[in-house]
Design a protein. Structure first.
Length: 508
């Protein structure tokens, strides 16, 4: 059972939603009955089908709830949704209200998810118990604690860290209301600087920990990247596994992507230019197939160096009058405002779209020449890989998953492209970022080299199979007895044979 707050297309605010659904699909392809368990947000109820109530859970944090079983529409991915409309049906996204403010009761909302996961997992409902409970990020972080505290025969737990910067800190006095036993409230438990820390609860009590790239797995053991939890992680370093994410190539493939005006592939790039022209229009830029077009598409936060980009864009545009930049994102209000202000100064060169827009996201990766993805830290970093598959060369920081998945072009002047797939840079000063973009512009002016970089990226294999196999091995180690009994959500005979590829196209 995958316990999560996000899974595409039920709910997504970032890479977590992509990663969990990609994993669920890959596990299914590997004949593992992985069931996604998450809150019944309105979007989740809409995107699931054949829903039926399968359990009542009275007395959870935040009130009585029910569990609904169904399927991600047109796929074979089974879901269990935790329904308490008072907690989960609200305007905004899974964490923030319509004004971008955190819901004040997020501690209760996600404790309820973990309590429900625990009750299902110890057989307190009619739902078949899972063999392994796999919690994702802080939202599910209390799950291992509750199961550890249950003191009964229980399934083993895994916690995957998708982003250690988000930890879910809540007032310690909530511990009573959330049913956290006194023995679990101290600094040896879930306490962190006078708060209850849901991520720390998961790090302490999960049977195994994983994170989403090898470099990030090493980085988070250091104070620089540990966000205060590196000490806790060092104690468990021998139980921390690095399993990189894959890419859901059913969703991200330029030769089939239903969001694109024209398809293309590494063998036939002719369609890419039409995407570029459409993207220029969509971002209010003059249509020009030759102008270098740089994209930035991400959360506009300091993790993603969006603050630095605000400083660097005017410098770049002053020095390179033909350069065009398109930005898609949302995040910190001050950064959004600052980007809009730069766009007012350079209306013909900088197009900014503030908001979250899946279709535009796909067009951005397809239409641009290069993607700027600076990161102060990056657990995995799906976005630059999407861009690579779409022939858009990433310019990215040499940290975390980016250092593992992008082969950086040698900085030596005149260096051969070889196996390079992008430009990697170190540091986080405006100069570091500016020089990296200028290196890319230099190669862009050499069409043969540029097309070699594009081809290398487009032909790299980032599928989920190998990573899913590593998770399966971990699950086997934790639950060595072969699975028996019915799946958690009863199989629907009439859809059981729909291949995933057909399913995704149907959805589109
Ligand atoms: P993170 O999870 O840290 O935000 P990733 O690069 O791993 O970073 O994943 C981000 C995901 O969210 C990608 O699928 C990306 O396309 C998507 N995304 C981010 N911001 C937006 C946006 N404003 N509109 C559409 N998609 C977005
Ligand atoms: C997080 C990370 C990102 C990663 C994603 C999926 O949001 O910031 O680097 O790709 O989770 O694991």
């Amino acid at each position: 059972m995958l316990v999560t707050s996000e899974a595409l297309p039920l709910a997504k605010t970032g890479g977590l939603g992509d990663a969990v659904s990609g994993l669920a699909r890959a596990l299914r392809d590997a004949h593992v009955d992985a069931t996604v368990f998450m809150p019944a947000y309105e979007s989740a109820m809409d995107a699931a089908c054949d829903l039926e109530e399968v359990a009542e859970l009275p007395g959870l944090a935040g009130g009585d709830a029910t569990v609904w079983a169904g399927w991600v529409a047109d796929t074979e991915i089974p879901v269990l949704l935790l329904r308490n409309d008072r907690l989960y049906v609200r305007p905004g996204n899974p964490y923030l209200d319509a004004n971008g403010k955190e819901f004040p009761d997020n501690g209760i909302r996600f404790a309820a998810l973990a309590q429900a996961a625990k009750r299902i997992s110890v057989g307190e409902t009619p739902i078949r118990v899972p063999h392994v409970v796999h919690a994702h990020d802080w939202h599910a972080g209390l799950t291992p604690l509750y199961l550890h505290a249950a003191g009964v025969k229980r399934p083993k737990t895994v916690l995957t860290i998708h982003n250690l910067a988000f930890q879910g800190n809540f007032p310690l006095h909530l511990a009573d209301e959330l049913g956290i036993p006194p023995a679990y409230r101290g600094s040896e438990g879930a306490e962190f600087w006078g708060h209850l820390n849901f991520m720390k609860a998961g790090l302490r009590y999960a049977d195994r920990l994983t994170t989403v790239s090898a470099t990030y797995a090493r980085e988070i053991l250091t104070p620089e990247f540990g966000h205060g939890l590196d000490g806790v992680l060092r104690e468990r370093a021998h139980e921390l596994h690095a399993i990189p994410n894959g890419i859901d190539t059913e969703v991200w493939d330029p030769s089939t992507d239903p969001f694109l005006p024209e398809h293309f592939s590494a063998l036939d790039m002719r369609g890419k230019v039409r995407n570029k022209l459409e993207m220029q229009q969509a971002f209010g830029l003059p249509t020009d197939p030759e102008a270098p077009l740089l994209a930035m598409g991400s959360r506009l936060t300091s993790q993603k160096m969006a603050d630095l980009a605000v400083e660097v864009f005017p410098r770049l545009l002053a020095a390179h009058p033909r350069l065009q930049i398109a930005v898609l994102g949302c995040g910190e209000r001050a950064i959004e405002e600052a980007l809009r202000a730069v766009a007012e100064r350079y209306p013909r060169n900088l197009g900014v779209h503030i908001g979250y827009d899946e279709r535009r996201g796909h067009l951005l990766h397809a239409g641009a020449d290069m993607l700027l993805h600076g990161s102060r830290f990056e657990p995995f970093g799906l976005t630059p890989l999407y861009s690579m598959l779409y022939g858009t060369v990433p310019i990215a920081s040499r940290v975390g998953g980016l250092a593992d998945s992008i082969v950086g072009l040698s900085p030596e002047p005149g260096a051969e492209v070889g196996s390079a797939t992008g430009i990697l840079f170190d540091g986080d000063t405006p100069d570091d970022m500016q020089k990296a973009v200028e290196r890319a512009l230099d190669v862009f002016a050499q069409p043969q080299k540029w097309s070699a970089l594009q081809k290398n990226g487009m032909t790299t294999h980032f599928g989920w199979e190998a990573s899913a196999a590593q998770y399966v091995e971990l699950y086997r180690m934790l639950a060595p007895v072969a699975p028996v009994g019915a799946p958690m959500v009863a199989r629907r005979p009439e859809t059981a044979s729909i291949p995933a590829a057909t399913a995704v196209r149907k959805r589109a």
